[in-house]
Design a protein around this ligand. Structure first.
Ligand SMILES: [Zn+2]
Ligand SMILES: [Zn+2]
Length: 356
């Protein structure tokens, strides 16, 4: 009789412990499935997605391409004034489109596979822990220790004190109990919706922003082109960029007039002209631009004739908005060359391929 009572007591303890374990597994499994999926996803995009799988210039090229496709002047201004902000917005938008539109089914499958993977892990851990305790004639304490050590790294599983469960001796029963419950939880998990990913603590766009935006963001003082160095603080090396732009893009104009300056800074630095920084009383020869202050001193701007058709197209396409925004005019010495207006958008976008 006492044997029977002890059996009943032991099995009801196993039911309670099983419930407790499944409760803990449930929360951490959802999190683990989402985290795993998010990390996979960021990795896949980093190696396969055209905008993210190349170097710095490649990303820049795709940002510029999307700006041209959308033809939104406000976005251009954000890009010109705060290139990092616009680049981050681009990454966010592309990741969102990738997950929720273009690769939706694939990602639902990924969630499902990851849920199944964790299911297998838990079921195997149950078997291994049970086997160990049976062959080594161990107790519930040994069982719990083994079980949690097998999940470590994959699932965060707080320790459960074995104190109240010392009357559990039928480990086979405990295993069945947990398997039954956990499988039904996991079954629901395999239909985890994409919405769960939105709630995930890890965000694929943040992972990618971290990886792709840790670099130098210093802008050319003349044309706002962004330094392409991949190291955040690369002093004493100079800032540099392979392609500069017409200076009017950043609001440069001819002193004392309302005429935009539309020459590329790579042309200006070879000229005999002078310029006056907006916060300076003094003018400096373009050829000695480095003397004009700290913002100029660390830039390497080489005189050359490289002029991306992209920027000519941009200035022509948005001339009215640029005039309104900066309150200068494309007239007189700032008149837009007639060849710029003949550049179709497709050609402008194609010219970005020269960047890398
Ligand atoms: Zn420049
Ligand atoms: Zn730099």
């Amino acid at each position: 009789m006492s044997h029977f009572i002890s059996f009943c007591k032991g099995s009801s303890s196993a039911v309670v412990l099983g419930e407790l374990i499944c409760e803990k597994l449930k929360a951490s499994t959802v999190e683990a499935v989402c985290n795993k999926t998010v990390i996979d996803l960021a990795g896949v995009m980093r190696s396969n997605f055209p905008a993210f799988n190349g170097n710095r210039l490649n990303l820049e090229k795709h940002v510029l391409k999307s700006l041209a496709e959308n033809e939104n002047f406000d976005d251009y201004i954000t890009y010109i004034r705060k290139p990092r902000k616009q680049t981050e917005a681009f990454i966010k938008a592309e990741v969102k489109k990738y997950i929720f539109t273009d690769h939706k089914d694939e990602i639902v499958n990924k969630l499902k596979n990851n849920a199944e993977g964790l299911n297998t892990l838990v079921i195997n851990a149950l078997s291994t822990a049970t086997q160990k305790v049976q062959t080594e004639r161990g107790d519930i304490n040994m069982w719990l220790k083994k079980f949690s050590s097998l999940l470590k790294g994959e699932l965060t599983f707080e320790t459960i004190s074995s104190q109240n469960f010392s009357d559990i001796h039928d480990f086979e029963f405990l295993k069945e109990e947990i398997t039954k419950r956990f499988t039904s939880i996991n079954h629901k998990m395999s239909s985890l919706s994409l919405d769960k990913l939105k709630e995930s603590r890890l965000k694929p766009d943040e992972i990618l922003i971290d990886q792709l935006c840790k670099c130098c963001w210093v802008m050319c003082p003349f044309c706002a082109a962004v330094c392409t160095n991949t190291i955040e603080d690369h002093s004493p090396d100079d800032h540099s960029v392979p392609f500069h732009r017409p200076k009017g893009i950043k609001g440069w104009h001819k002193r004392g007039t309302e005429e935009f300056s539309i020459s590329f800074c790579t042309t200006s630095v070879a000229s005999h002209g002078k310029f006056r920084p907006h916060d300076s009383e003094e003018s400096f020869p373009y050829k000695e631009y480095r003397r004009a202050g700290p913002r100029y001193a660390n830039w390497k701007i080489t005189a050359d004739q490289s002029k991306l058709a992209y920027w000519k197209w941009f200035v022509y396409r948005f001339q009215n908005q640029l005039e309104e925004y900066y309150e200068y005019k494309f007239q007189g010495r700032g008149e837009i060359p007639s060849e710029w207006e003949k550049i179709p958008k497709e050609e402008a976008i194609r010219s970005l391929d020269e960047m890398c």
